[in-house]
Write a protein that binds this ligand. Structure first.
Ligand SMILES: CC(=O)N[C@H]1[C@@H](OP(=O)(O)OP(=O)(O)OC[C@H]2O[C@@H](n3ccc(=O)[nH]c3=O)[C@H](O)[C@@H]2O)O[C@H](CO)[C@@H](O)[C@@H]1O
Ligand SMILES: C=C(OP(=O)(O)O)C(=O)O
Length: 428
């Protein structure tokens, strides 16, 4: 087991290239189950979630060949193999095997998903959708059993706007008989990306990216070639880093429109940001001004950037209030930032950050993926060498973060943890 060390103080400069979007990749891979010939996806991020999903596709009989960032998946010999345990528990997106396998085989057995612990993460809306399409769904000893004689299109109103439920219902509905309408659908760019792949496979989908998605079921889907969109959360993380500790930075391979809510907030703080088609140029002002943020569904401020943004606020002058309306308990990073001398309290579902604080290095733990990103940003700003454990969370979503940071002039490296440190980590 290793830990990540971050020596604070270096100013970052230069260019960083953003990888393919994790939250697209993790849906595009299971979507390939629905095809009858080879699906090729280009530009995948090299992260552990992608590795695990590729293994799961192999477990059910897929022929998966990975060549750097490109993958080819031949689903023709796949079978409805139950996946009640094991790797499915390691990530959130294994739930997409439910929709995709149901869509292809009319049945599936999938263990309840893992992923970041952000408070309760129910999947009732996914199940509501599968049932509306005609599946019988039971939870037996922590695994979801889905069975249908035949899937039939339906009108489904989501009680909660959910990225996962929207995509999962799309996956199950594209080969169902007749028309499906998903109302109150999520509008995240990753949903459009998945709909684009499915459409290239022959699916009939209208309205992805709006809150009403209409799907006309087709009998079969074929292989295709798809290029993934850039990761707006990775891009946002480096943009926040640039605001926190950059001299001048270019964030490359970005769709700036995907980050409007973040860019607006950074500009309000006094950060200079210029945009072109694929890049952001970021230069922090002499002083940063505190702002409030409230996370919302897309195109609102993304919950996945809330934790990194909280680290940035410790450097700003004044008080900033961070409210997460998607995951009210997504504040595990706050205790760790306080160990680093940040002045933050959590009150009534908001974190109140008073700045500026001179951060000090400390031994801290990444409790989840974006908490890890928040601690890396804090470590870059802090005096001394910050030691971050829980690195596997960070590796779920950030490709090659150390190399990318070193290229920007940061001093970061991995070290093997001692037996005593591993024990302490496991007990904490
Ligand atoms: C793999 C993936 O894409 N993960 C993203 C996805 O997670 P995920 O798809 O799990 O998140 P959702 O959009 O489903 O969750 C949004 C909100 O709806 C609630 N909810 C969701 C489903 C459900 O059946 N019932 C229910 O109550 C959740 O508890 C949460 O409060 O969107 C989140 C919100 O943008 C991001 O933080 C995650 O990075
Ligand atoms: C919460 C996240 O991921 P997941 O849904 O995969 O746990 C995230 O990407 O910030």
């Amino acid at each position: 087991m290793h830990k990540l060390l971050v020596e604070g103080g270096s100013r970052l400069r230069g260019q960083v290239r953003v990888s393919g979007a994790k939250n697209s990749a993790v849906a595009l891979l299971p979507a390939a189950i629905l095809a009858e010939s080879t699906v090729k996806i280009e530009g995948l991020p090299d992260i552990s979630d992608v590795g695990i999903l590729s293994d799961l596709l192999r477990e059910i009989g897929g022929e998966v060949h990975k060549d750097g960032r490109n993958i080819s998946i031949d689903p023709s010999n796949m079978i409805a193999m139950p996946l009640p345990n094991g790797k499915v528990k390691k990530l959130r997106a294994s739930y997409y095997f439910m929709g995709a396998m149901l869509g292809r085989f009319n049945r599936a057995v999938i263990g309840l998903p893992g992923g970041c612990h952000l408070g309760p993460r129910p999947i009732d809306q996914h199940i509501k959708g599968f049932e509306a399409l005609g599946a019988e769904v039971t939870n037996e000893q922590g695994a979801i059993y889905l069975r249908a004689k035949e899937l039939r299109g339906a009108r489904i109103y989501l009680d909660v706007v959910s990225v996962g439920a929207t995509i999962n219902i799309m996956l199950a509905a594209v080969r169902a008989k007749g028309k499906t309408v998903i109302e109150n659908a999520a509008k995240e760019p990753e949903i459009i990306d998945v709909a684009t792949l499915l459409t290239s496979m022959g699916a009939k989908i209208k309205g992805a990216g709006t809150d009403v998605i209409r799907i006309e079921g087709v009998k079969s889907l074929s292989g295709c070639l798809h290029t993934i969109i850039p990761d707006r959360i990775e891009a946002g993380t480096y943009t926040i880093m640039a605001a926190a500790q950059g001299e001048e930075m270019i964030i490359d391979n970005v769709i700036p429109q995907h980050l409007e809510s973040l860019l607006a907030k950074l500009r309000e703080m006094g950060v200079t940001i210029e945009e072109n088609d694929e890049q952001l140029y970021v230069k922090p002002g002499d002083k940063l001004k505190a702002v409030d943020i409230k996370t919302l569904v897309y195109p609102g401020f993304p919950t996945d950037l809330q934790q990194p943004f909280t680290s940035l606020l410790t450097k700003a002058e004044g008080t900033g209030i961070v409210t997460d309306t998607i995951y009210q308990a997504r504040f595990k990073h706050v205790d760790e930032l306080r160990r680093m001398n940040a002045s933050i309290k959590v009150e009534g579902g908001s974190a109140i950050v008073s700045g500026p604080s001179k951060l000090q290095a400390a031994k801290v733990k990444a409790s989840d993926l974006r908490a890890g990103a928040a601690l890396v940003i804090a470590g870059l700003m802090a005096e001394g060498v910050t030691e971050i454990t829980g690195v596997d969370h960070i590796e779920r979503g950030y490709e090659n973060i150390t190399n990318k940071l070193i290229e920007l002039g940061a001093k970061v490296w991995y070290e093997e943890m001692s037996d005593e440190e591993v024990e302490q980590f496991q007990d904490s």
